[in-house]
Design a protein around this ligand. Structure first.
Ligand SMILES: Nc1ncnc2c1ncn2[C@@H]1O[C@H](COP(=O)(O)OP(=O)(O)OP(=O)(O)O)[C@@H](O)[C@H]1O
Ligand SMILES: [Mg+2]
Length: 654
């Protein structure tokens, strides 16, 4: 693996949702590194640092709890960033202390005014200079803090997002199928915002509050120690309120975050399928569903606000009694002559200052619970244990010839509903095999298992005698080129989409692959040629054009094993014929599995395997199977050069 600048610091990049939707294709092309690199290109130079990009070992399970997760993020930040963060906190402490001391300086001014007599201006000028000095110190410290923030905050946010994204792109297809792509993308984006929010709250509430209390304590102690004892009193009241209410607050916030994510996922799902909505005049249905999702979210929102109102009502009442008691004590001291006018003025200022600070802090803390709810939900989802793991110390797959062996393979998506039971299929190195069967026979699943998109539940799959479960997934994916049944493209340029098969490919190689896939002609007619953006999931291209780009991508990858799942189904016969020679060329010397419903496309295969309900029911050469007069021959007749019927049993039984 090459050394590149930090993979953990990509900036926000456009179309994150697109990444999430295409994870399988991204992984099959061993594209994790490219995802990082792309995000880096959008990143600011401020946050780059050198790190070895040896995925996936570098991305352990992300902690599920907010605090351990924050520690985990900090571990991945640069030392410079930690220094800058430390300096920012130090400047925050200095500025807050100066701010609190301003009340002390004001108190002194009041005292001087009350006692100076004729030498008023002489004395007041000195006090005003102290006040101006404190204001200046406060001002400079704030500006220094902001300078530090400009440097370390982007790295903190980007590292958070990058770590979650890195984790997400390792999740299995089963995980992706079980979740809305929009929700996952939203989790990654919002987690960064939340970390920022938590940092703000820490920096702008907890630290200033602590500094204010310490400074005020020292000033009050100077008047009388009894006054200073009120400071812990304030703290105890605030802490009791926070501790007693935290679980409820977190629970309500978590509920709101969950419903909010579902709403986002729903909107993304509807928007992605907007054409289906319009074609079926389904907008009322979609609005109804939106209403339902919004109602659920509103309910959690109202529940939380009701709770917030109650909390504040009670908290303010307690604090009012507390503050009035304190003020009465100070006035009593003044009446007894134990407290001077200057001290009285300072104490009034300080207590108002503290009351405002504690109320502001509790307010900020309340929104912190919202943040924790959002973060907890994101972490819980993205930290889902990876279902497909490399074994510790797993070697890379070494493909010398490319023989594939499915040995006694059992597999089911849903427990109790097996797709394969004791499936055996050996494909010698370099053989071109056509896989035939009606819809649902298990052809695509067989290819997914070969790519280890799912783990088999029994038996094993071997490439050149090596169990694919025992080797690294990256090396497995690098050894297999796939043209999927539904080719999807990134919302990037045509050139980038082709080059995804081999990132080091030169422009000339990209062009030659496009030519081999018969894509060159239509690319030439595009407004910006290879630099034309293809739209989300490649919507700006026809199905056949998308397939040709996917074929070019597979050609450029040049892997020893080639899998074509209905790779040419969307091509017209003429184009298909035109790329046939390129495909044959691509298959040369490679073990190839071709799934096709159009049986005529399989006439050049060395061998045809017919599947039914997850079993191999016929196996032989194209000619042998036709001559044999079995299922394949009947399908051939039924198809009359067209496609397979949808249901085999009736058709075959005749
Ligand atoms: N992600 C999934 N979760 C649950 N079941 C699935 C999933 N994918 C496929 N199946 C089921 O597994 C069986 C085999 O599906 P598969 O996609 O392998 O069929 P196929 O032979 O490729 O069909 P087609 O010719 O229509 O592409 C089907 O019954 C299908 O419903
Ligand atoms: Mg299929």
């Amino acid at each position: 693996m090459p050394n590149v600048t930090c993979p953990y610091s990509p900036c926000c990049f456009p179309g994150r949702q697109a990444y999430t939707a295409f994870l399988p294709s991204c992984m099959a092309n061993a594209g994790r590194e490219e995802e990082f690199r792309n995000s880096l290109e959008a990143g600011s130079p401020v946050m780059r640092h050198s790190i070895d990009l040896s995925l996936p070992k570098r991305i352990p399970r992300t902690p599920e709890k907010p605090l351990p997760f924050i520690r985990y993020v900090l571990q991945h930040c640069s030392p410079g960033m930690k220094w800058q963060a430390g300096a920012a906190y130090l400047f925050e402490i200095i500025s807050t202390a100066a701010d609190t001391l301003v009340t002390w300086a004001l108190g002194r001014i009041v005292g001087v005014i009350a006692t100076a007599g004729d030498r008023l201006w002489e004395k007041v000028t000195y006090e005003l200079l102290i006040l101006a000095g404190l204001w200046t110190l406060r001002n400079i410290s704030y500006r220094c803090r902001e300078y530090m923030e400009r440097h370390y905050v982007p790295e903190l946010l980007n590292t958070t997002r990058a770590l979650l994204f890195a984790r997400l792109i390792q999740q299995s297809q089963a995980f992706l199928h079980a979740n809305f792509a929009g929700v996952l993308a939203n989790h990654v984006r919002r987690a960064g915002d939340v970390i920022s929010g938590l940092r703000d709250k820490m920096q702008y509430s907890i630290i200033p509050l602590a500094v204010r209390f310490v400074t005020a304590g020292v000033l009050l102690w100077g008047i009388t120690p009894q006054f200073a004892l009120f400071i812990p009193g304030f703290l105890v009241v605030g802490a009791i309120c926070a501790v007693l209410t935290a679980p409820k607050w977190t629970m309500l916030s978590l509920q709101q975050a969950e419903k909010s994510s579902l709403l986002t996922g729903y909107i993304v799902d509807s928007t992605t399928n907007l054409s289906i909505v319009q074609q079926n005049v389904g907008w009322r249905e979609e609005l109804n569903r939106l209403d339902h999702a919004q109602d659920q979210m509103t309910q959690t929102f109202v529940n939380r606000l009701r709770w917030v109102s109650w909390f504040w009502g009670i908290f303010d009442t307690i604090m009012t009694f507390f503050l009035c008691g304190f003020m009465a004590l100070v006035v009593h001291g003044w009446q007894q002559g134990n407290v001077s006018t200057a001290q009285l003025a300072m104490t009034v200022g300080l207590s108002m200052n503290l009351f405002g600070a504690i109320a502001g802090t509790v307010n900020l803390l309340s929104s912190k619970f919202d943040d924790i709810g959002i973060l907890q939900e994101a972490l819980h989802k993205i930290s889902t244990p990876l279902s497909i793991l490399d074994k510790p110390g797993a070697p890379d797959l070494q493909v010398v010839q490319g023989a594939i062996d499915f040995r006694d393979v059992d597999f089911s998506y849903i427990p109790g509903q097996p797709v394969f039971e004791k499936l055996n299929l050996f494909i010698p190195a370099g053989q071109r095999v056509g896989l035939v069967g009606v819809s649902g026979a298990g052809k695509s699943t067989l290819c997914h298992l070969l790519l280890r998109a799912h783990d088999v539940t029994g038996g094993g799959i071997y490439i050149d005698g090596q169990n694919i479960a025992e080797v690294t997934q990256d090396s497995l994916h690098a050894s297999i080129s796939v043209i999927p049944q539904e080719p999807v493209l990134f919302h990037r340029t045509l050139g980038e989409n082709i080059r995804y098969g081999r990132l080091a490919a030169t422009p000339a190689e990209v062009e030659s692959a496009a030519r081999a896939a018969e894509a060159q002609n239509f690319i030439a007619t595009m407004p910006k040629g290879y630099d034309t953006l293809v739209g989300e999931r490649g919507v700006k291209l026809s199905g056949g054009q998308r397939q040709r780009i996917a074929i070019a991508r597979a050609i450029i990858k040049d892997a020893p094993v080639l899998v074509l799942d209905e790779a040419t189904s969307a091509l017209d016969s003429e184009t298909e014929k035109a790329i046939q020679s390129a495909m044959m060329h691509a298959m040369e010397g490679r073990t190839t599995v071709v799934i096709a419903h159009r049986l005529s496309t399989l006439s050049h295969m060395d061998r045809i395997v017919v599947m039914e309900h997850g079993r191999v029911i016929e196996d032989g050469s194209f000619e042998d199977l036709l001559a044999h007069g079995g299922v394949f021959a009947r399908l051939w007749k039924l198809q009359a050069g067209g496609f397979l019927p949808d249901a085999l049993p009736q058709a075959v039984g005749q």
